[in-house]
Design a protein. Structure first.
Length: 110
């Protein structure tokens, strides 16, 4: 089993085994991270990693998972972004049953 040296922001350099480290790779852009639980402070540490580092970790036996970017990132968005006032209006609408019913009726009929 390979020994992997990594760095915890609180404890400094630590030595880990391949079972202590996990890699995540994005299928859409091949960006990756590796994570581990520091053996000293027990905090989970997540670090970005270049493709070369990811390849080396996986080749040494580190487990990995892949994930995809959310489809919503590719959606077209029209209009202005919502702001704080919009959220307050929505909050008030959700607490007024008659206004909520009217808004839903307008949305479904119009």
């Amino acid at each position: 089993m390979a020994t992997i040296r990594a760095s915890c922001s609180d404890c400094g350099d630590v030595e880990l085994t391949t079972q202590d480290v996990h890699v995540r790779i994005c299928d859409d852009n091949n960006q990756g991270t590796y994570s581990f639980r520091c053996p000293h402070c027990r905090m989970t540490v997540v670090k970005p990693a270049e493709t070369r580092t990811i390849d080396l970790l996986v080749a040494s036996g580190v487990s990995f998972t892949t994930w995809r970017l959310p489809a919503e990132l590719n959606e077209r968005h029209d209009g202005e972004p919502i702001n704080h006032d919009d959220l307050l209006d929505f909050h008030h609408l959700m607490h007024d049953d008659s206004k909520l019913s009217a808004a839903l009726a307008e949305f479904t009929n119009g």
